[in-house]
Ligand binder design. Structure first.
Ligand code: ADP
Ligand code: MG
Length: 259
């Protein structure tokens, strides 16, 4: 059974795509079979996986509208070691086109049913909004990974996300849980970051990953080469941090499964 994880935060620029791409590459590096679903019309996860979003006639948009099968649209990331279900700006239309369609929240879940068994992990890179696309991701997933910067307003934004997750849990997907909160672009010398980090641990306890992703320029450079940091500069602090995250993530899964 594959484990479907939505990487979500309604704020933009908080490290969702960086986490999705680098966690996918790190899990693949560990020998696991991974599918990365790009669910953001910006197509950054697609480009960052080495697939040109402009060359795709069929994308996740066509899958959501039942104009294509997920298996036919999925392709291998050339140097990522994982598969990618690409997106581009076509997806921006899906929000509007899904309105008025019955069971619009479960489109992604249905589409993944046929392919998910080929993978150990399916990671979904969400758009920066609590919209119908994100609801589709939360309905398809069993868990949510929330990347966040430890800034002053970070916790405030979290309550909206937690409320959305609760609504989806009540109506659409009773299984959904928060898998973990990931501190990204973290600067331990910043006092405010430390304070927010402490607050986060008080609120969410063990849900906060021990692994912290530092601010690292290699993580920002790698996407313009269509690469995860692991392929771009394996020894970089960023690549190594995401490898540690993948290990922590897999270890957590193993202890949860034993229960
Ligand atoms: P989101 O998907 O949430 O919008 P991104 O993953 O695209 O966020 O990250 C926003 C920007 O910050 C990008 O330019 C990305 O390269 C950069 N970035 C993300 N994480 C890091 C990091 N740990 N260190 C340095 N730059 C980062
Ligand atoms: Mg993104």
């Amino acid at each position: 059974m594959s484990y479907i994880l939505a990487i979500t935060n309604q704020k933009g620029g908080v490290g969702k795509t960086t986490t999705a791409v680098n966690l996918a590459a790190s899990l693949a590096h560990m020998g696991l079979r991974v599918l990365l679903v790009d669910l953001d019309p910006q197509g950054n996860a697609t480009m960052g996986s080495g697939v040109d979003k402009r060359d795709q006639d069929k994308t996740v948009y066509h899958v959501l509208l039942r104009q294509a099968d997920a298996a036919d649209v999925t392709q291998a990331s050339p140097r990522g070691g994982y598969d990618i279900l690409p997106a581009n700006r076509d997806l921006a239309g899906a929000e509007v086109e899904l309105v008025g369609i019955s069971q619009r929240e479960t489109r992604l879940k249905e589409a993944l049913r046929d392919v998910a068994d080929h993978y150990d992990f399916v990671l979904i890179d969400c758009p920066p909004a609590l919209n119908m696309l994100t609801v589709n991701a939360l309905t398809a997933a069993v868990a949510v990974l929330i990347p966040m910067q430890c800034e002053y307003f970070a916790l405030e934004g979290l309550s909206d996300l937690v409320n959305t997750i609760k609504k989806v849990k009540a109506k659409l997907n009773t299984r959904i849980e928060i898998e973990g909160l990931l501190r990204v672009m973290f600067d331990p010398r910043n006092t405010l970051a430390q304070q927010v980090s402490d607050q986060l641990k008080r609120h969410f306890g063990a849900k906060v990953y021990d692994t912290v992703i530092p601010r690292n320029v290699r993580l920002a450079e790698a996407p313009s080469h269509g690469l995860a940091a692991l392929a771009y500069d394996r020894g970089s602090k960023g690549a190594q941090a995401y490898l540690l995250l993948a290990e922590e993530f897999v270890a957590r899964r193993a202890t949860q499964e034993k229960r």
